[in-house]
Design a protein around this ligand. Structure first.
Ligand SMILES: Cc1cc2nc3c(=O)[nH]c(=O)nc-3n(C[C@H](O)[C@H](O)[C@H](O)COP(=O)(O)OP(=O)(O)OC[C@H]3O[C@@H](n4cnc5c(N)ncnc54)[C@H](O)[C@@H]3O)c2cc1C
Ligand code: FES
Length: 255
């Protein structure tokens, strides 16, 4: 059930050009978020009535970290908030990733699809899984230290070739041998997820993808965020905010 929480902004600083990290102090006793869940950020300005969905990057105790790219008016307004400000957010929403019981986990992220995989990396490590991250950036890197801490192996790709592999994440993975028991958890732009779907299908690897759709209400009431799945030969529609945002990557119809 959706609840609105009044959180206190502890930190809001740039990590890379147009990329910010926001740390919010939650009231005591809030339930921890799971990797892959998101919160709706409600901006107080009446001109921005729709909530901005942002994935949970990390939750440690009552410190909730969100990492976001400035895209338009809403995220620009978020970037101007000062420490000490009250920020209204929803309680964590959506289903989140399901970690396997054993074996290898590959976290594949691109751009602002990288942040939700931080929480996944720490949860997978705590479960004793072997964790590899493959992260793709346009140019400037962010959050590598967190992945280096939580993962057994980390590979970076940049589109401009300024660090790591020169190319995208899927091209990077093509050059690597993956254990047969690898579960792939992914978040990133649609072209990356589509290519990863083909990559995983060819290698018979299970894939979970976190999808982004423009949202209205952000909690299941308006059907403004539907995506299509191909399930048992039939197309079914699901709401990204309520039924997702994480879906079985083999079922998603990328249009
Ligand atoms: C489940 C989920 C998790 C997300 N997690 C992150 C994250 O961790 N970090 C991050 O940088 N971004 C994330 N996004 C994208 C983020 O929500 C948008 O970039 C943001 O809402 C843009 O708002 P704006 O007002 O700056 O842009 P504008 O383009 O002015 O937004 C106009 C409207 O469209 C909506 N909108 C625009 N782009 C998107 C988008 N890509 N997805 C959904 N709604 C959009 C806005 O919420 C707003 O209602 C996530 C989106 C979803 C659906
Ligand atoms: S945004 Fe309203 S149902 Fe998903």
């Amino acid at each position: 059930m959706k609840r609105v929480i009044a959180a206190r902004l502890a930190e809001n600083a740039g990590l890379a050009p147009e990329i910010f990290r926001m740390v919010l102090r939650l009231p005591e006793g809030e339930m921890p978020a799971r990797a892959g869940q998101f919160v709706n950020v409600y901006l107080e300005d009446g001109a921005h009535l729709l909530p901005r969905p942002i994935s949970v990057c990390r939750q440690e105790g009552n410190a909730l970290t969100l990492v976001y790219r400035v895209i338009g008016a809403g995220t620009r307004r978020m970037a101007h908030l000062q420490p000490g400000a009250e920020v209204r957010i929803s309680s964590p929403l959506g289903n989140g990733y399901t970690l396997p019981e054993r074996g290898h986990v590959l976290l594949a992220g691109g751009g602002v699809g990288v942040p939700p995989l931080v929480q996944a990396a720490y949860e997978a490590k705590a479960k004793g899984l072997h964790v590899t991250a493959a992260l793709g950036y346009r140019d400037a890197l962010f959050l590598q230290r967190e992945f280096a801490d939580a993962c057994d192996a980390l590979a970076i790709a940049t589109e401009d070739g300024s660090a790591g592999f020169h190319g995208n994440v899927v091209q990077l993975l093509m050059a690597q041998a993956l254990p047969e028991d690898t579960a792939v958890l992914a978040c990133g732009p649609k072209p990356m997820l589509r290519a990863l779907q083909a990559f995983c299908a060819a290698r018979k690897l299970p894939l979970q993808v976190s999808l982004e759709e423009r949202m209205g209400c952000g909690y299941g009431a308006c059907v403004g965020c539907v995506c299509k799945l191909l399930r048992n030969g039939a197309i079914v529609q699901k709401r990204v905010c309520k039924d997702g945002p994480v879906f079985d990557g083999s079922e998603v119809v990328f249009e």
